[in-house]
Design a protein around this ligand. Structure first.
Ligand code: PMP
Length: 294
């Protein structure tokens, strides 16, 4: 992404209880999280100065930490207050928020029970994850060689940094081949999700989406399911085999950053940007902009 590097910007980052100048929010190289991936994080969007679904995201940060075996040193209420404070301090009206929690540098080795838990929250201007043109025409997804791990192989319900290793590899390979992103299958070979977003398909006016039993049950995913039902659109959560994509008419991604983004291609399969997708894009936009009752 173009622009100033993320460690060299003006503004403030909330770091272990205080707002610190952006460039001072540092960690030591002997930080457990950096060596052993003991880090969890969130991605949130600010619309018109308000963080959308702040409670859900703050709670998920605490839950993700618990899944990795540590407790946040602050309450969920305090995370919320800190988030509002950092958004305000940076004057962000439409942007992105990145809270994270990680094990520090008191112990260096696989075991690190005694390490201090740190929490930081940063935010920045970030109008759109995919380009407006791609959002209009639909994205092109490659199919990744990497598979989402089984729930007894990795802590898949946590938004843990370590789970993104295969996402970065998948997205780099897809982009190198000219695609926008990649679709990942799971350990059983079923359709799972993209590298940073959940996936939905449309067939005969109904939505079909994989059951989130080995990947993140996105907050946007759950929101879009509610919106679809509000529109009287049936939603089927089930195992989806790759070959079924042949018969699906529309496909779209959901995520805090991706919002509702249509797909036009996944590997050999083609989709249209149809009415159901457009309706949900518009309703989601209305909801986050406060033009619809939550
Ligand atoms: N899956 C992955 C791997 C993600 O990174 C995200 C983005 N957080 C999602 C799904 C969607 O989650 P949410 O709607 O809560 O942002």
């Amino acid at each position: 992404m173009a622009g100033a590097p993320f460690d060299d910007r003006d503004g403030f980052i909330w770091y272990d209880g205080a707002l610190v100048p952006w460039r001072d929010a540092k960690v030591h190289v002997l930080t457990h999280a950096l060596h052993y991936a003991s880090c969890v994080f969130e991605g949130e969007r600010v619309y018109g100065g308000l963080v959308f679904k702040l409670r859900e995201h703050s709670q998920r940060l605490a839950d993700s930490a618990n899944i990795l075996g540590f407790e946040l040193p602050v309450s969920v209420d305090e995370v919320e207050d800190a988030t509002r404070a950092v958004v305000e301090a940076n004057g962000i009206v439409d942007g992105y928020v990145r809270p994270l929690a990680w094990r520090g540098s008191e112990m260096m080795g696989v075991a690190a029970q005694g390490s201090k838990i740190h929490v930081a929250i940063a935010c920045w201007l970030w109008p759109s994850y995919f380009s407006p043109e791609a959002k209009l025409k639909g994205l092109r997804l490659a199919i990744s060689d990497w598979r989402r791990p089984a729930p007894d192989t990795a802590p898949t319900a946590s938004k843990a940094a370590g789970l993104y290793m295969i996402c970065t590899l998948s997205k780099h390979k897809a982009e190198a081949a000219g695609y926008d992103d990649a679709l990942m299958f799971d350990y059983r070979g079923q359709v799972a999700e993209a590298t940073g977003a959940n996936i939905f398909f449309v067939k005969d006016g109904k939505l079909h989406t994989p059951k989130p039993d080995c990947f993140l049950d996105g907050i946007t995913r759950r929101t879009v399911i509610d919106l679809a039902r509000m529109h009287g659109i049936e939603v089927v959560e089930r195992a989806i085999q790759p070959a079924e994509m042949e018969g699906f008419e529309q496909a779209f991604l959901t995520g805090t950053a991706a919002e509702v983004t249509p797909l036009r291609e996944i590997g050999p399969y083609n989709f249209e940007v149809g009415t159901v997708t457009k309706t949900l894009m518009e309703t989601y936009e209305n909801l986050v902009r406060g033009r619809l009752r939550d």
